[in-house]
Design a protein around this ligand. Structure first.
Ligand code: NAD
Length: 354
């Protein structure tokens, strides 16, 4: 078999390690910047203030109003601060929501960004930006939104509550699963996806036992970086389409929806891509990767049904219709009845059969 592939690496500088956040002032100076705005959610304002203090005169202030799904109204308001204060660098401390705000401002201004991720969502290494305008979420892809520097400090994720750590970690795992069978996968993305999945499958049970477990935090964040990188590198399929549909249409929570749907989407695709999914099955110690993921999530106390996330049973048909409209490429043919059955299983939390 001949080897042929197309691989584009991310230009971002990645620094990883406990305490690496202390090198932030040096990173700011390396970029030649001196008018920093720190972004956060209101929930993480205190941590953002601490970071701003450590930057001293380099920092103009904190904008702690980042919101899930990046509403354009929030970006508009932040833009006013950015232009009034002549900000020359954005620093985001937080999960996908805060990173989303930094990316949205960078998309409009081309300002450089340094991201300090505190969840496992992976947005900081993708060129993807999802924004919500008048209740409708749209996604665009542009190299303009890629940050210049990412500081992965596992100590920053140690405050993430256990339940969120598990669902955020499984959200990252979902990127790896779909990268392994992506239409445009390549040897590098598959290596990263397999290593990312192994890392999370090792780390999450440790965090379930003890959310302060340092080795678990380190390995989970390392896995999240790899999984986020492949999300930005190759195309996603049925699982991500379903989560996009369910999250956007029925306003279901992001990481939890990924957690519930992943076993079912994996089981649907497993017969078509058994070799590609072998690293997942192996890491879970099973030959049924979908079922293995279901038990993995359940053992970690994660939600297993869309019903418990607040979806209504009568929405199953609509969800199937939307999932079948403009479908993503998928390794197994999509059939309406089978997709409806998949969503129904996910709704009730019925274990998949493979
Ligand atoms: P989030 O950023 O919305 O965080 C959820 C809550 O947890 C927030 O209140 C936040 O302040 C808090 N939090 C975060 N880290 C914490 C910590 N260490 N300690 C205590 N609290 C903490 O959640 P998320 O799952 O990281 O991000 C979800 C958003 O990111 C969605 O809008 C999703 O669409 C987007 N996303 C985008 C991409 C992309 O490539 N564009 C990828 C993944 C997710």
């Amino acid at each position: 078999m001949t080897l042929q592939f197309d691989y584009t690496g991310s230009p971002a500088r990645i620094l990883f390690g406990a305490g690496i956040r202390n090198r932030l002032p040096e990173m700011v100076r390396d970029l030649g910047c001196s008018r920093v705005l720190v972004l956060a959610t209101s929930h993480q304002k205190d941590d953002a203030d601490t970071l701003a203090c450590a930057l001293g005169d380099l920092c103009l202030g904190v904008y702690a109003n980042a919101t899930m799904h990046t509403p354009v109204t929030v970006t508009d308001a932040a833009m006013q601060v950015v232009s009034e204060q002549r900000v020359d660098l954005l620093i985001a401390l937080g999960g996908g929501s805060t990173t989303g705000l930094a990316k949205a401002i960078a998309y409009r201004t081309d300002l450089p960004q340094i991201i300090l991720p505190t969840t496992y969502a992976g947005s900081e290494v993708t060129p993807i930006l999802g924004q919500t305008d008048k209740g409708v979420k749209n996604t665009l892809k542009s190299p303009r939104v890629l940050p210049e520097v990412v500081l992965y400090d596992p100590e920053l994720s140690s405050t993430l509550p256990m339940e969120m750590s598990i669902t955020s970690g499984i959200n990252a795992l979902a990127h790896a699963v779909e990268a392994l069978y992506a239409q445009d996968n390549n040897p590098i993305s598959s290596l990263m996806a397999a290593e990312g999945a192994r890392s999370l499958i090792w780390a999450l049970p440790r965090l379930y036992k003890d959310p302060q477990d340092g080795a678990g935090r380190e390995k989970a964040l390392y896995g999240a970086w790899l999984c986020g990188t492949v999300l930005g590198n190759v195309g996603m399929a049925l699982h991500h389409k379903l989560c996009h549909t369910l999250g956007g249409t029925f306003d279901l929570p992001h990481a939890e929806t990924h957690t519930v749907v992943l076993p079912h989407a994996t089981a649907y695709n497993a017969p078509s891509v058994p070799q590609e999914l072998a690293p997942i099955a192996e890491a879970l110690g099973t030959d049924k990767p979908g079922l293995g993921l279901f038990h993995f999530a359940r053992k970690l106390g994660a939600p297993t049904s869309l019903r418990e996330l607040g979806m209504q049973e009568e929405s199953i048909d609509r969800a199937a219709d939307i999932a079948m409209a403009n479908p993503y490429w998928n390794p197994r043919k999509l059939e309406h009845e089978k997709i409806r059955a998949l969503i129904k299983q996910a709704y009730f939390g019925t274990p998949p059969d493979q």
